[in-house]
Structures are given as C-alpha cells and as structure tokens.
Design a protein. Structure first.
Length: 620
C-alpha cells in the first residue's frame, strides 16, 4: 500500500472502532448524544467526500458520486439515522480503498513485467568502466554490457559471445544466442559473457524507448465501449438525481391531494437510498480497468496493443490477411542455383550483386551473400529501381537488369521460365538474357499450426498477398492451408486488394506484415499487426499491434486475449446495469433500505473490479 492508501485504512479502522464502542455502550440512536458522537466517525471517513462534493458544485460539475454520497448521507443524518449515515460512508470508503488497491496492484504488475528501461550504460574510459546516462550516448559509441545487465541501446556486437534473455520484450523464456556482428536491441538482459556493443541509435530512438512510450500511451486511445460508459455516466447521474427528487416530492403531494398522510420521512428516506444505489462507480471504474488489464495481459505475452480501441476491433476480426516474405516464411533467402546461364555462374552472381548493392530487400542481401566478395562501388554507375519489379544498374559500363519476369517483359527481354518452386530473379546484360537465380525461402515451422488456431477461434477466412510468383504463392498456401492467395502483387496492388477484402468481409480485417514494405497496407486494414519487428520504426509507427518476436502463434493469442477482455467488459456492463436497475426499482418501492443500497453500490463495484482484473491473466 502507498501512503494515501494506508492513511485511508487508518481512517476506516478508527471509524469502525468508534462505531463498535457506541454500539457496545448501548448509545441510543435517536438521542442528541448519538447525533454528536456519530458525527465524529462520519467526518473521519467522509470529510474528503464532502470537500470534493463542494468543489464539484463550485466548478459546475455537480453530478458525480461524491455529490450523491454527500446528499444521501447528510439526508440520512437529518432523518436521525446516524448509524446508517455513518455506515454508508464507511462502506463507500472501504469500496474505494479496495478499488484503489486493486488498480494499483494491476499497474504494478504490468510495470514490473515491462521493467525494461535501463538505468545506465557502461563506457570504457582510461581502461575503467564508468556508468553514464544512456540519453548522453551518441550513435557509434562503444558500450560494455556485463553478465546480468540490460542492454541499454540498440547496437551491433563488436566483441563477445553470449545469450540474451528477451522475456520482457517477447514473452518467451527461450534465450537468444548472439555473437560478433549480430544486431541486439535494448531491453534484453545479457545472460552470460561480456559484450562490447557499438550503438546504432540514440537512446530516445531505441526499441526500449519506443516500447515504453507505446505502453504508457496505450490507454489514451479509447474504445467505443469506454466512450459509451463516459456518455452514459454523463447523462445517467443527473437523471437519477432528478428521479430521486421526484420520488421524494411527487408521492407525498399525490397523497396530500387524496387526503392521505404524505409520509414525507418515508419518501425522503427512499429517495436517499435511491441516490446511494444510483452511483455509477462500478461502470466508471471497472470498464477502463478491464481494458487496462487486457492491454497488460497482452504485453506480458510480448504483444503490444496501442490502445483499447484496437483491442476492441481485434476481438471482431473475422479475416486475417498475411504478407508472405518474413511473415509466413523466415525471410532468410538463399541462392540455391543458377539456370540457363551462358556466362559462368560466378559472373552472373557478380553482376546481380553489384546491381543490387544499394537494396535493403532480403532477396538482394541473399544475392550479395552468395557472391561473397567485397563490392567496389566505383564500378557502379546509375541505378534505377522499378518498384516491385527489380533494378537496372550500370556496372562496368554495361546495363545490368536484375528482377522478376515483369521487369524482363517491361524491358522486352525474352526470358526462360523456371519449373522449380522458389523466387526467380532474372538477369539481363545489355538487353541479352543471361539466366536466372533460383532463391529459396523456408516456411516457418509453426505457420500451419498458427493458421489452424485462427480457424479454431472463429476467424472465418485467411488470405495471403505476395509479390512472388503465383506458383510460389500456391505452394505456400497449400502447405499451411491458407484459404485464399494472390501473387505477383506490387505494393500499391496490395492496398487495392486489402480494400476489396474490406468491402466484402463480414467482420473486421487484420493484416499481418513485416512493418517495413507493407506499411501502407498495415495502415489501411482495420487492424495492422507487425510481425518480427523488434527494431523496426516502420512497424511501431504503422501497426496497431506489434508482436515482439516473429511467433505466428501469437496472432491467434492476441485475438483470443481481445475476445476474452471484451467478454469481461460486457459482463461488467450487464452485471452493473442489471443490479443497479433492480435495486433502484426495489428502493423506489421501499423493498430495500440504505444497507442494501450500499451493497448495490460498493458490492457491485468490488465484484466488477475483481472480474476486470481477470483480464490481466487472459494470455496465461
């Protein structure tokens, strides 16, 4: 407990002790002594509620729970129900204390699980390690990470071999082995050996900073359910206040007109009970808490959802569209063979590697890796890129075209098709066809299981969009049982296809991509999910959901978490409104008293809060 919670607990205990003493001493409840003595515990537990009610009236924000509790308890006191007035305020404060403690525990649980912010970075100065603020380090600075320490900034390992604990980022306990030349991201814990890392980003641009910013701001994007509750409370509270006023005045007036006893005390008491029952605490507190806990439960699994509005949309997803390269497949390409080549294989690879020298595409990297030699950039002249087709570059004063069949057709080069499955990259030099490279990309081991899980949890349709040849798309789709597929798509064509799917889909559409080449499609879909993008700026900015590793199984898990969270939200809405309406009717008819009223308020709030906290553990 924090200091404020402890102080409130002491107030509650003091009030309970005083009330118990009065009861044991046999204090008469309708006496002047009772009026004076019960005022002490009443003010001990209720002074802050009374102050907030007065401030609300001054600020023209009258109708809130503080106003309702103040009017109800003061009215009960004036009716000489001193014990009841004190008990109502006491139980209200017990409920508030419980709610504060529960919310604090859930926030603490999430913050501990996301405790990835590094406190310092080690730099070597005059042969000695010194701790410095990570914010002060420039790009390219050499830092030292000892066993058990967090990696403070993204970088590349220059020296050392170790394994990294990525659980705080990915939710996975399996360590990741790293060696010289490997990229590492901030927030991971160095398990074993000493690592010397050359930073590649500023601290504010590093992965850990982006993740923390994303988590901290997730609650700012409200869902439709939260907006509904805010609007509901805005109109509901004044409505019940006027209803209580009508309940207090109209029945006695009708009785007077009929010549009967108006029973003012009875109807005033019922109106005050009506006010206590009407407090919308359970809704106002439990619904945002349910979403907050759901977001926290997802983050524990390495699934970062940018706001409760996306959590709500994710629960309605009925179609998941996948990119292929780097999403369904590993994105690690390898040149398997060279076909139909009049020139030596090595020469074809040399031309292709030089032409693709400036490309960041995984296929271009695989070609350079297959060439395996240093590239003399002086030999490269003008380079022209044809989006989705390939490149044309001047290499040794020769025009080298490297790309797919669409590029060859555009350049009017007669090419040889390949009968083997894989990515085919054709090479032409000075307009003459020189053969093609066969490049393979492996399907991820859990891809088939991930698709099966999506179908099991109610996702009706799965689609794959790829720029690869239709034959490759068909083979991949058949292996993992994706129901629809489209190939030979340019980036802009993928956007058109996703728009077409959005028009015909019965539910919401999610797109899963690598977050770099597919940023336009991620933005266009109802929910954009970035796969395997721990260090990708484009992923974090374009996607609505970021999976902190490339585990395809987490797509189904994220949908399942969102569905569970929304079920809890609807349970709380139905339960809170249902009990409130029932108790309001019973209170108006005089069936219940103020003790039942306080249960309807505090009891319902406690149950709803407990139910909301379940969302924190939905991914377990």
């Amino acid at each position: 407990m924090n200091k404020k919670q402890k102080r409130n607990l002491y107030r509650i205990i003091a009030a309970i002790v005083l009330v118990a003493v009065y009861r044991i001493a046999g204090l008469k409840e309708d006496s002047l002594a009772a009026a004076i003595l019960y005022l002490i515990p009443y003010l001990i537990v209720g002074y802050d509620v009374l102050i907030k009610a007065v401030k609300g009236i001054k600020n023209h924000q009258v109708f809130d729970e503080n106003f309702l509790m103040a009017v109800a308890t003061i009215g009960a006191y004036l009716l000489r129900n001193y014990l009841e007035a004190t008990a109502v305020m006491l139980f209200y404060q017990i409920g508030e204390l419980f709610q504060s403690y529960a919310v604090g525990k859930s926030r603490k649980s999430i913050s501990e699980l996301m405790d990835i912010r590094p406190d310092y970075a080690n730099v070597e100065i005059d042969g000695q390690l010194q701790q410095v603020d990570p914010y002060d380090l420039a790009v390219g600075r050499l830092i030292v990470v000892q066993p058990g320490e967090k990696i403070p900034i993204d970088g590349i390992v220059e020296q050392g071999v170790s394994s990294l604990n990525t659980a705080a980022l990915t939710g996975e306990s399996k360590p990741r082995d790293v060696k010289e030349g490997d990229e590492v991201i901030s927030g991971c814990i160095n398990n074993e050996g000493l690592l010397r890392i050359r930073t590649t980003r500023l601290f504010e641009d590093s992965t850990v900073s982006k993740i923390l910013d994303l988590v901290e701001n997730a609650s700012s994007a409200k869902s439709r359910s939260e907006d509904f509750i805010s609007k509901f409370a805005h109109y509901y509270t004044p409505a019940v206040c006027y209803s209580a006023l009508a309940l207090m005045i109209l029945p006695p007036l009708v009785s007077l007109l009929l010549g009967r006893d108006p029973a003012w005390t009875t109807w005033i008491y019922r109106a005050l009970s009506f006010l206590v029952i009407s407090c919308p605490c359970a809704l106002v507190i439990s619904i945002p808490l349910s979403f907050f806990a759901g977001l926290g439960g997802a983050s524990r699994q390495g699934i970062l959802i940018k706001g409760s509005n996306y959590l709500e949309t994710l629960a309605k997803v009925n179609c998941v569209v996948f990119d292929k390269t780097g999403t369904i497949t590993k994105g690690v390409f390898e040149v398997v063979d060279v076909h139909h080549n009049p020139l030596p294989k090595e020469k074809i690879l040399e031309y292709a590697a030089y032409a693709e020298n400036y490309s960041l595409h995984p296929i271009a990297k695989s070609i350079r890796q297959a060439y395996g030699q240093d590239i003399d950039e002086k030999r490269i002249g003008e380079v022209k890129e044809f989006s989705g087709h390939g490149v044309v570059a001047r290499v040794d004063d020769k025009e080298v075209a490297v790309g797919n069949s669409l590029l060859m057709e555009q350049l009017k080069v007669k090419y040889q098709p390949c009968h083997e499955t894989g990515t085919i990259i054709h090479v032409a030099v000075d307009g003459q066809y020189c053969g093609h490279l066969l490049i393979a990309d492996m399907i991820k081991e859990n891809a088939r299981e991930a698709i099966d899980q999506l179908h099991k949890i109610g996702v009706a349709n799965t689609v794959m969009l790829t720029g690869d040849d239709l034959k490759v798309a068909r083979e991949v789709a058949d292996k993992i049982q994706i129901r629809e597929y489209m190939g030979n798509l340019l980036p802009q064509q993928k956007v058109k296809e996703i728009e077409s799917i959005l028009e015909t889909a019965s539910g919401k559409v999610a797109f899963v991509g690598d977050g770099i080449n597919d940023a336009p499609v991620l933005v266009r879909a109802d929910v954009g999910i970035a796969m395997g993008a721990m260090g990708s700026d484009a992923a974090i900015e374009a996607a609505d959901v970021v999976l902190m590793d490339d585990n395809l199984l987490k797509i189904a898990k994220s949908v399942k978490i969102s569905k569970t969270c929304m079920r809890i939200v609807y349970e709380n809405i139905g339960f809170a409104i249902g009990v409130k309406l029932l108790c309001l009717i019973m209170g108006a008819l005089g069936i219940t008293n103020m003790w039942a009223a306080i249960f309807a308020d505090v009891g319902v709030m406690v149950i709803a809060v407990l139910n909301a906290i379940r969302a924190l553990f939905t991914g377990d």
